[in-house]
Design a protein around this ligand. Structure first.
Ligand SMILES: NC(=O)c1ccc[n+]([C@@H]2O[C@H](COP(=O)([O-])OP(=O)(O)OC[C@H]3O[C@@H](n4cnc5c(N)ncnc54)[C@H](OP(=O)(O)O)[C@@H]3O)[C@@H](O)[C@H]2O)c1
Length: 263
């Protein structure tokens, strides 16, 4: 299937590792020009080199912290300068710290809102003018299964990410006339550093081995295993493509069947 992504310009947030990296690689593999970003410059440059080598795509690597509005503006300006505009935004950031109500300070809540809600809003504000000028676009917000089913011990994720869903649903209606399609994607348990970090926290809390904590994370997954980042990226690449031309305002999980609700 030709996804129609050749020479499209994609900006992928938080993409030196994990899900963002897999999405950038997937889009570049379909012929898109890609901007990646993260805070650690060495890892970012290494990932950019790897994507160029594997796909032959043009990759721009911009060191940026997406929780900082001025760095988001710079990231978007550099992408437009390099590629002439933006067709696809994958909004993504690192995960907020794990913790329960009793563990968290007011600053923790503010930090999570900056990292996981306001970063999305700022990225969208920055790219929409270019998408309108180019006759349309795709916005895909990376959230979490926590928006469908709150995850125990992840108060900040459960709190901040639901705001993204309300924002995106409203944006999808407002931007439909401009042919800009907005959707959210929700990873369940996909094997990245974030999952290693959560398994470490749970192992410490429960006084069990890391391997046992990791195995426990598969207990509620009907497919019986943790997902691979490429399995998650495949959905995002499709939603970014010309083939997903009648899908907007949705929130779709990639979770091996983990979410128990009907929708
Ligand atoms: N993996 C899962 O199963 C899963 C499930 C639910 C939700 N999620 C969410 O999905 C998102 C991606 O997770 P992941 O599993 O890919 O995590 P990961 O493997 O830890 O990768 C995180 C990436 O984000 C970058 N990053 C972190 N904070 C950033 C910031 N403020 N600005 C720019 N880049 C930043 C990191 O690089 P630097 O540290 O160098 O900046 C790295 O490239 C997170 O929000 C996570 O909570 C993941």
């Amino acid at each position: 299937m030709d996804l129609g992504l050749k020479d499209k310009v994609a900006l992928v947030g938080a993409s030196s590792k994990g899900l963002g990296r897999a999405i950038a690689l997937g889009l570049a593999g379909e012929g898109a020009q890609v901007t990646i970003c993260a805070r650690d410059v060495d890892t970012l440059e290494a990932t950019a080199a790897e994507i160029r080598e594997k796909t032959g795509a043009e990759v721009l690597a911009v060191p940026a912290d997406v929780s900082q509005p001025d760095q988001v503006s710079e990231l978007i300006d550099k992408t437009v300068d390099q590629f002439g505009g933006i067709d696809i935004l994958v909004s993504n950031a690192g995960g907020p710290r794990a913790g329960r109500f009793a563990d968290l300070s007011p600053e923790d809540y503010q930090d999570a809102l900056h990292l996981n809600l306001l970063s999305t809003i700022n990225l969208c504000r920055g790219v929409v003018p270019s998408m309108k000028a180019r006759g349309g676009g795709r916005i895909i917000n990376l959230t979490s299964i926590s928006v469908k089913q709150p995850v125990d011990g992840l108060m900040l994720s459960n709190m901040a990410r639901t705001g993204v869903i309300g924002f995106a649903k409203t944006l999808a209606s407002e931007l439909a006339a401009d042919n800009i399609l907005v959707n959210n994607v929700c990873p369940g348990v996909i094997f990245t550093d974030r999952i290693k970090q959560l398994a470490t926290v749970r192992a410490e809390e429960a006084g069990i081995a890391y391997e046992e904590a990791l195995a426990n994370m598969t207990q509620d997954i009907p497919l019986g295993r943790i997902g691979d980042p490429t399995e998650f990226a495949n959905l995002v690449v499709f939603l970014a493509s010309g083939r997903a031309s009648y899908i907007t305002g949705t929130t779709i999980q990639v979770d091996g069947g983990m979410a128990k609700g009907l929708l």
